[in-house]
Design a protein around this ligand. Structure first.
Ligand SMILES: Cc1cc2nc3c(=O)[nH]c(=O)nc-3n(C[C@H](O)[C@H](O)[C@H](O)COP(=O)(O)O)c2cc1C
Length: 194
């Protein structure tokens, strides 16, 4: 199953539109796709207790962070859509990742060894959109910063990042450039063989 995490609240925005194209193409190529709107999830913020290291599970009362963690564990590939907010990912997506340390990494008890990634061998892709015109979307404080922030999490989890889409200023999603639409279609088709 390919998990798509859409963290744009705009159902018809740039990120959602590109993710929909990716999902449709992937389904046509034979992939099973599960779509999650991260902004509709109910997730308490991480309290930083670090109990998830020894306990291997977040000790907070069960909420959508646990549920999506189970989807992550069962996925064979992941696509993360994150519009650029302050050169970074939107808050609800960060909350989801913060609460999922134990489903993303494995910590050995009482050692100083680096944690082990739990998703080695799985492929992933990241999509971002911002209002910065090219080439400013490539600045670390703009779209590139969002890609980097998501990449830190996915790499720690062991995902092999196969594609990154960084769409510059597109105020009207009806006018997303053909270059980006083609990239999304190609990525979706490729996901069929992930
Ligand atoms: C809270 C917030 C912060 C933003 N920060 C940035 C930014 O740092 N750089 C930028 O170019 N655009 C920024 N934007 C604009 C969004 O990236 C832009 O509207 C994007 O197209 C939204 O993607 P979507 O259509 O997929 O929701 C911000 C928007 C919001 C709501």
């Amino acid at each position: 199953m390919i998990l798509i995490l859409n963290s744009s609240p705009r159902k018809k925005g740039v990120t959602s539109t590109l993710l929909r194209i990716i999902a449709d193409e992937a389904r046509s190529a034979g992939a099973e796709v599960e779509w999650v709107d991260v902004n509709s999830l109910s997730i308490r913020p991480c309290i930083g207790c670090l109990k998830c290291r020894p306990d291997k599970v977040c000790i907070l009362p069960r909420d959508d962070a646990h549920r999506i963690g189970e989807l992550l564990a069962g996925c064979s590939g992941l696509v993360v859509g994150a519009p650029t907010y302050w050169g970074n990912m939107p808050g609800p997506l960060k909350l989801l990742f913060d609460r999922n340390v134990p489903t993303l990494e494995h910590y050995e008890l009482y050692t100083w060894r680096f944690p082990k990634p739990k998703h080695k061998g799985k492929k992933a892709a990241i999509v971002t959109a911002s209002l910065s015109p090219f080439p400013f979307n490539e600045l670390p404080s703009q779209g590139r910063g969002t890609l980097r922030a998501v990449r830190i999490v996915l790499k720690a989890a062991g995902f092999d990042i196969r594609a990154q889409i960084n769409v510059p200023m597109t105020p009207d999603p009806a006018h997303i450039g053909e270059r980006w639409l083609a990239k999304a279609r190609k990525l979706g088709r490729g996901i069929g063989s992930w």
